[in-house]
Design a protein around this ligand. Structure first.
Ligand code: GUN
Ligand code: ZN
Length: 431
């Protein structure tokens, strides 16, 4: 039976990074008609009620209905070590991340953390994530099994590391990385709403042979995305130069091994050289902005203004657990603050778009998720714009939607997410 969800509605008819806030459409009393897992209609509440008298009505009052958030870069295995103190990237990986990732050879641990991760992300209104797993195939199985059980569109892949820069016990080989990734891809890619992502962690922990093997696998499976890290910290870039003396720059370590193309997702992309920017734009690869991580690990300030003006395809992400939050609201707030430090005030329409349609486009799924429109998958959230006393008193003075929404962007958390639908099914909110 069809469900008619009523509330304020926010959707997009264009890209506000290019067209300004007018690309957004707001209805103060609108609705979304959902049937068979898809959005069938979006419009004014009264019109939809009249046209669909049989539909079951869920009235969300003044809550804001939006597409669910899309987190374009995360590490679900780092859930339990989020907010670990005092290190920069390489030391943080060695001190906190790698020891925790070793535990994912145990399927029970992987299942427990994957379940916990989806409970946390869904309670924060994130209906799609693109995650790294660990080197263990078990970690991929656990991720996809939990995503599937919840009916989610989800992206993930086995993280590959075969170089002795990664610790003993957390290394595969060029061959096993290729073979395991291929097997997992054949098992999960395209099953229900799941997509496999070819995942070399980053150049410093792979040999050129492994990068080439994964490049070959990607060439054979071009419908998969490929995700990795690029130019996150200056120490990391110097390390890459020492490990790959022939490379023109960091991006070239990927490009030379078949790992640069339209379906490539590059996390961070902060300290880019002009050639890298040009090539990334030329091939229309995706850059994933991870602002809470970039401040937390001390990486730097992503050039949102310059890169968006150049027309790069940009997504937004938590990068948990290098990022310090599971919330895309908190992530939008950090993106705002980082852009302010570079003298660009991102409009709430741009921030919300980056967290929904922008990230969905980065994952090449913008025609299915990340917006409210007929034919799109019914991943929907209802957002309470007065979820705490501090937010409520500020929103109470708002003169328009953007003024009403911005306090929730800057100060909101999971308390603002009143309801979540994934694939048209309303999810129970974990306590
Ligand atoms: N670079 C390589 N691996 C990682 C990781 O797990 N987190 C972050 N933030 N950067 C990385
Ligand atoms: Zn990452």
């Amino acid at each position: 039976m069809a469900e008619l969800i009523l509330g304020q509605v926010l959707r997009y008819e264009g890209n506000p990074m290019e067209e300004g806030a007018d690309a957004a459409r707001h209805s103060a009393r609108g609705g979304v008609l959902v049937e068979g897992g898809l959005i069938r209609a979006v419009g004014e509440a009264d019109d939809l009620r009249r046209a669909h008298p049989q539909a079951r009505v869920t009235d969300c009052g003044t809550h804001l209905l939006s597409a669910g958030f899309v987190d374009a870069h995360a590490h679900y295995p780092q859930t339990a070590i989020i907010a670990s103190w005092g290190k920069r990237l390489i030391d943080w990986l060695n001190a906190y991340t790698f020891p925790e990732e070793m535990r994912f050879s145990d399927p029970a641990h992987a299942a427990e953390i994957a379940g916990r991760y989806f409970d946390l992300t869904l309670s924060n209104g994130t209906t799609t994530v693109c995650s790294y797993c660990t080197i263990h195939p078990e970690s991929v199985e656990a991720f996809f099994a939990e995503a599937r059980a919840r009916g989610l569109r989800a992206f993930a892949g086995k993280t590959c590391m075969d170089r002795d820069t990664a610790p003993e016990g957390l290394r595969d080989s060029a061959q096993s990385a290729h073979d395991d990734s291929k097997r997992l891809l054949e098992r999960w890619h395209g099953v229900d709403r799941l997509s496999y992502v070819i995942t070399p962690r980053f150049s410093p922990t792979s040999t050129p042979e492994q990068l080439a093997a994964l490049g070959a696998l990607w060439a054979e499976n071009p419908s998969c995305l490929m995700q990795t890290h690029l130019s996150e910290q200056t120490d990391e870039i110097a390390w890459v130069k020492s490990l790959y003396p022939q490379a023109r720059d960091y991006l070239d370590t990927y490009e030379a091994h078949g790992l640069l193309g339209p379906g490539a997702l590059f996390g961070h992309a902060i300290h880019l050289e002009p050639r890298e920017r040009d090539r990334l734009k030329e091939v229309d690869a995706s850059l994933i902005h991870c602002p809470t991580s970039n401040t937390f690990i001390g990486s730097g300030l992503f050039d949102m203004d310059g890169l968006s003006r150049e027309g790069h395809r940009i997504g937004l992400a938590t990068d948990t657990g290098g990022g310090s939050s599971f919330s895309m609201l908190r992530t939008m707030a950090a993106a705002y603050e980082v852009a302010q430090l570079r003298h660009r005030a991102l409009h709430p329409a741009e921030l919300w778009w980056l967290a929904t349609q922008g990230s969905a486009r980065a994952l090449r799924a913008g025609d299915r998720i990340g917006n409210l429109a007929p034919g799109m998958e019914a991943d929907i959230i209802a957002v309470d714009l007065a979820s705490t006393p501090a937010i409520a008193q500020r929103a109470g003075r708002a003169g328009d939607l953007w003024e009403a929404l911005f306090p929730t962007i800057m100060m909101g958390d999971d308390r603002a997410v009143a309801a979540v639908w994934a694939g048209g099914r309303r999810l129970e909110q974990p306590a």
